[in-house]
Write a protein that binds this ligand. Structure first.
Ligand code: G6Q
Length: 549
């Protein structure tokens, strides 16, 4: 047995689970008028209502005890103070320093990193203001109207979700595009809509060696040179965000157009760093800073709020309750906001890359479930698709619902209907529909008794499906920053409780190695006999179909 499953807090939860696992939330609400007041908390205008969860006062107390026993508070302080808690890469995880608006010193190996964080922010401010103000132009004097970010994984998903979500705050006449996939279709389709003389390419890659990004970067450069016939203009139209300045220089990028970040910034935590450059070009520095402020406010909430009222801690503990005691395999995120349509994609990486681990911090295989499968879709679209499974399926799917109280685009009564759907769904998932209620509905509709007997079982909803509701005033840069930071800290707390390193990603690194020798075999139409019969069969079939390079 592991230290976690042997710990007093875990054992107390296990015993308690056996007592409460069949308790229905409908009854808990009926017994306690103050359930919402008790199980909700706020940071600024962000409300977390977690009362629609399968918890009693005792459950909550035991979950908080677990966080205390696992020393979440101490680990949080260790992370934020720059200790090298990423033990398999021997480095700190300091994304909080990137948005440390208080500017208090943060030490890494005896050096305060805040001056370099601030220096790069100033470089970004200067560059973005010149581009947005029309002082930095294309080689032939055209305004820059299009920014194409070439990057993948953490060098794509974070800035992409933010640019999508913050569209109403973007500068008119400035477009941003994201190319990530090595499928040539991705770059080709975007290049169809931009002109080389008014396009700025950002090559975003921490390592500047990632195959997909480098191939897309070279293709973009070839396209640019072919259309302009001007090799020298590459230096004006290509900038880099990277920790590998030599490789960026070799590509043809000028030192003043390189935006640095550091190895203590993990890819999926990097949107707060220079990886946020496309955000700044699109929204402006002021709004990027508002986003940093929002994230910093969430950092302070995480650092200073008692565990019982601490939003990321509560989200993490509830996730553990379902993951480890109810064996929930997944967790869904439903944003009732069209601008947040890429939030599940970002959270998939953040959560599954961080906590998709089997080996604990001591090098032992865990004997409990770790990170869940994250998925989701915007509301109300999701209701017309997979909600059937949430309401009546056999799998437990705890879910977060998010929405702003105000729409960025008021139009008729649509936002009111959107919110009504959110509240109705979470209520229905909690309450369900009893046999008596279903029967009464059918009788009121005039159905005869024979038919009622036939359909009744299908019309019953068990309910007792847990949801967290997160409501905020408006989706603006500050709130966006706070929400993203909230999820980062949730993932961190879960990683601490599961005793895993949330900051490495050896599975991703492995993927980067894998394709190379197969590429040689495919490209040179070589001998595939060294592979297993499936891989060989696939290679040979692609060759027979005359695959294209
Ligand atoms: C994120 C991962 C991974 C990484 C990409 C791109 O945490 O490390 O998604 O961001 O593989 O890597 P580069 O930025 O080095 O190109």
């Amino acid at each position: 047995m592991s230290q976690l499953t042997e710990s007093p807090a875990w054992k107390a939860l296990q015993a308690h689970f056996d007592e409460v696992k069949n308790v229905h939330m409908r009854d808990l609400f009926a017994q306690d008028e103050r359930r919402f007041q008790k199980f909700s908390t706020k940071m600024d205008d962000i409300l977390l209502d977690f009362s629609k969860n399968r918890i009693t006062d005792k459950t909550f107390e035991l979950l908080v005890n677990l966080a205390r026993e696992r020393e979440v508070e101490q680990w949080r302080d260790r992370m934020m103070s720059g200790e090298p808690i990423n033990i398999s890469e021997f480095r700190p995880a300091l994304h909080t320093a990137l948005r440390n608006r208080s500017n208090t010193p943060v030490m890494v190996d005896g050096e305060n990193v805040m001056p370099k964080v601030n220096r790069v922010l100033e470089q970004i401010r200067y560059f973005s203001e010149r581009v947005r103000g029309g002082h930095y132009r294309g080689y032939s004097g055209h305004l820059i109207t299009d920014v194409v970010n070439i990057g993948i994984g953490g060098s794509d998903l974070g800035p992409h979700v933010v640019c999508d979500a913050m569209k109403p705050y973007a500068q008119r006449g400035m477009n941003v595009h994201f190319v990530s996939n090595v499928d040539p279709t991705h770059l080709t389709e975007i290049l169809k809509f931009v002109q080389p003389e008014s396009t700025l390419f950002i090559i975003s890659s921490k390592s500047f060696t990632t195959q997909e990004t480098m191939l897309n970067a070279h293709s973009a450069r070839d396209w640019f040179v072919k259309l302009t016939g001007n090799q020298k203009a590459v230096a004006r139209h290509f900038v880099a965000v990277t920790t590998n300045q030599q490789a960026a220089a070799d590509f043809g990028i000028l030192p003043e157009n390189m935006f640095e970040f550091w190895d203590w910034v993990g890819g999926r935590y990097s949107l707060w760093s220079a990886i946020g450059l496309p955000i700044v070009l699109y929204l402006g520095m002021e709004r990027f800073e508002a986003m940093l402020e929002g994230a910093h406010a969430m950092d302070l909430h995480f650092a200073n709020t008692p565990l019982e009222k601490n939003i990321p801690v509560i989200l993490a503990l509830l996730g553990i309750w379902y993951n480890n005691f109810y064996d929930a395999q997944s967790h869904a995120v439903m944003a009732y906001n069209q601008y947040l349509r890429r939030l599940p994609a970002h959270l998939q990486q953040l959560d599954m890359e961080s906590n998709g681990k089997t080996i604990d911090r001591n090098g032992n295989r865990v004997d409990y479930l770790t990170g869940p499968i994250i998925w989701g879709e915007t509301g109300s679209n999701c209701q017309h698709a997979f909600f059937q499974l949430l309401h009546q399926g056999t799998k437990p799917v705890p879910a977060d619902f998010l929405a702003p109280a105000q729409s960025n685009n008021p139009l008729g009564e649509q936002h009111c209907i959107l919110l009504s759907n959110f509240f109705a769904q979470t209520r229905a998932l909690m309450q369900g529909k009893t046999e008596a209620e279903a029967r009464a509905e059918l009788e009121a509709a005039g159905m005869d008794e024979d038919k009622i007997r036939e359909v009744l079982p299908h019309k019953i909803f068990e309910g007792n499906k847990p949801t967290n509701s997160i409501i905020f005033e408006k989706l603006d840069p500050r709130t966006m920053g706070a929400i993203l930071a909230m999820y980062e800290h949730k993932v961190f707390v879960q990683g601490i409780i599961w005793n895993i390193n949330s900051f490495d990603q050896w599975g991703v690194e492995y993927g980067k190695q894998l394709a190379d020798d197969i590429y040689v075999c495919l490209h040179e139409k070589g001998d595939a006999s060294c592979y297993d019969s499936s891989t060989r069969g696939l290679i040979e079939h692609a060759m027979n179909l005359n695959f294209t390079d």
